[in-house]
Design a protein around this ligand. Structure first.
Ligand code: TYD
Length: 140
C-alpha cells in the first residue's frame, strides 16, 4: 500500500455470544485518539470525503455493512473495501480520501488524532495535488 495508508487488523474475541473487538490508543492505533465520529444513513449512491488533511491521522472502520474507501497521494490511487468490523484503514497526512458505495444500514466509525480543525482540510483537488507534490518530495 502507499505510504501513510495501511490496513489494521483488530483482534476479535468470538464465541457463541457474538464478537468483541477492542481498540486501545497508541497500541492498536498509532496515535492518541482525541475525537471519534461516525457516519450513518448515507444514501447508497452518494459519496463523501473528497478532501485531504495536512496533519490529521485517522483510522476508519465499518462497524456494519460495507463502504469503499478510495485513497490518493496525488500520484497513485488505491481502493479498499471495508466490509468487516475487525478491519481498519489507517490514513495519515496528505492522503486524499473518498468514501463511496455505502451499503444500506452501514456505519462508518472514524478515530482521529486531533479535535476538529477546519484549517487542516484541503478540499480542492488541484490544490491538494500541488501541496502533495511538495510534501511527498520532502518525505523521501
Ligand atoms: P464533512 O467534512 O462534509 O464530512 P465528510 O468528510 O464525510 O465529507 O462534515 C460534515 C459536517 O460535519 C461539516 O459541517 C463539518 C462537521 N464536522 C464536525 O463538526 N466535526 C467533525 O469532527 C467532522 C468530521 C465534521
Amino acid at each position: 500500500m502507499m505510504q501513510n495508508v495501511k490496513d489494521i487488523e483488530f483482534k476479535e474475541f468470538k464465541d457463541e455470544r457474538g464478537c468483541l473487538s477492542a481498540i486501545e490508543a497508541e497500541r492498536d492505533v498509532p496515535f492518541k485518539i482525541e475525537r471519534i465520529y461516525y457516519i450513518t444513513k448515507v444514501p447508497g449512491h452518494l459519496e463523501r470525503g473528497f478532501h485531504s488533511h495536512r496533519d490529521l491521522e485517522q483510522v476508519l472502520l465499518c462497524l456494519n455493512g460495507s463502504v469503499r474507501i478510495r485513497v490518493d497521494n496525488g500520484t497513485d490511487r488505491e481502493e479498499v473495501l471495508l466490509d468487516n468490523p475487525a478491519k481498519g484503514l489507517y490514513i495519515g497526512p496528505m492522503i486524499w480520501r473518498e468514501m463511496a458505495e455505502f451499503s444500506e444500514g452501514s456505519v462508518l466509525l472514524v478515530l482521529a488524532s486531533h479535535h476538529y480543525d477546519a484549517s487542516d482540510y484541503i478540499k480542492d483537488y488541484a490544490a491538494f495535488k500541488e501541496e502533495a507534490q511538495i510534501f511527498w518530495r520532502n518525505e523521501k
